[in-house]
Design a protein around this ligand. Sequence first.
Ligand SMILES: Nc1nc2c(c(=O)[nH]1)N[C@H]1C(S)=C(S)[C@@H](COP(=O)(O)OP(=O)(O)OC[C@H]3O[C@@H](n4cnc5c(N)ncnc54)[C@H](O)[C@@H]3O)O[C@H]1N2
Ligand code: MOO
Length: 394
Amino acid sequence: MSDLLPLHVAQRRLLDLIHPTAAETVPLAQAHRNYLAAPLVANRTQPAVRLSAMDGFAVCGDGPWTVIGESRCGSPFQGPIAAGQAARISTGAHTPSGTDAIVLVEDAKLDAETLSTARAVDTGCFRDAGSDFRSGEKLLDAGSRFDAPHMALAAMAGVAHVTVRKPPLVAIIECGDELTAEIGDCAPHLIPATNGLMLEMLATGEHCRITRGEPVADKLSALADALEAASEHDLVVFSGGASVGDHDLVRPALDAVGGKIDFWRIAMKPGKPLMVASRGTQIILGLPGNPASSFVTGFLFMLPAIRKMLGADACIPKPLMVPCAMPLSATVGRRTFTRGVMQDGMAHPLSNQDSGALAALANSDILIERPEHSPALKAGTDVPVYFIKNGGIA
Ligand SMILES: Nc1nc2c(c(=O)[nH]1)N[C@H]1C(S)=C(S)[C@@H](COP(=O)(O)OP(=O)(O)OC[C@H]3O[C@@H](n4cnc5c(N)ncnc54)[C@H](O)[C@@H]3O)O[C@H]1N2
Ligand code: MOO
C-alpha cells in the first residue's frame, strides 16, 4: 500500500497546483457564494446614530411626561426632548437627543398626551451609534466566503460592489459504455448515468460555471475528444475510467492530449483510484466511477479545487468531533470514510458501505473519518465527522 498517497498530502499537492482565477469587481448579488479577493471595508457607520431597539416612548427625566411628537423609521423626530417630555418611537427609529430611557408600549399608560408608567427602561433598549460597525472598519478578510449574511453586511456597510474571483469554468465528464442519459428508458444492459448529475449538483454549492454533456464511451478517441472540447475550462472532472481495467482509459486519454499526471491513487476508502493531472494551467481530476467513491472524492477534492480557484482562505472541508453510537472496527492502510447518519447527537454508521450503493449514500448525512491504522473504538468514542449536506463548508 506504500504507493498510495496519504489523503492530506494529496489534497495539499492538488491545492498547490492551483492558482486563483483573475479578480473582478461585481455588484453584490453576483458575488453570492464566491470568496472575497479584497477585504470588505465599511463605507458607513451602523447604526449611524443611536436607535431604539423597542416600540414605545423615548422619555427625558422623570414621569409623567408630555408626548410632544414621534420618531419613526425613516422620519426621525426633529429636535431634542426636555425633562418631562416624551416622543413616540418605533423599533429602529432615531432616539431624539435628551432621551434617557424608553417606556415600552406595553408598559405605557396614556391619558390624552400625558404618559405615565410603572417602569421606564434605560438599558437594553438602545442600539448605540457604531455598535454594529464603524466607517473604515475591516469587516471581512480577503478569502472569506460571501454568503447571504455577508451580502447583507456589505449592503448595510454601503458597499455596492465587491472584488471577487471570476467563476471557474468546470467541465464534468462521465465515462463508461454502460451509461445512458435515457434515465426513464434504460435498456437492460445499461445503467442510468448518475455521477455527472450528482457532481454537478455538488459543485453548484460553489460559485462556478459548469458544463456537462452526455456520457462518453470507453474509447480513447472519445475521451480525448471530450478533453479537447474542454480545453478552455479551468477544471475538468472525470468520473469513471480511473482504475486499472482494460477499459479504464482516462490516463491514456490524458497522455494523448498532453496532460501531465501529478499523482494517482490515494490511501483512502472509498476513492483509491483518484487521479490528479494538469494541462497548462488547467487542472484535471479523475474521480473513481463507483457512485459513493465519486461523491466522497468530489467532496474532498473537487470542492476544495474550486474553492482554491476562487481564492478561498479555507478550501478543505473540516470535520467536527462527534461521539459514535456504535463500536468501530480497526482500519488498515486506507483512511476510511464511512457513510452514516446523525441521530440524537451521535454518529450512526450505515450498514451498507458498498461504494456502488446509492441508496445508502443518499440516506447518509455524514462521513465518519477513520485514519489509516486506527485501532478498534468503543461505542461513545469521539470521531471526526464531515457534514456532507452543506458541502462541508470549509
Ligand atoms: N483490479 C482492480 N479493480 C478495481 C480496483 C483496483 O484497485 N484493482 N479499484 C476498485 C475501486 S476502489 C474503484 S472505486 C473502482 C473505480 O473504477 P473506475 O474509476 O475505473 O470506474 P468504472 O470502472 O468506470 O466504474 C466503476 C463502477 O461505477 C459505475 N459507474 C461508473 N460511472 C458511473 C456513472 N457516471 N454513473 C453511475 N455509475 C457509474 C460503473 O458502472 C461500475 O459499476 O474500480 C475498482 N476496481
Ligand atoms: O474507491 Mo473504491 O471506492 O474504494 O470503491
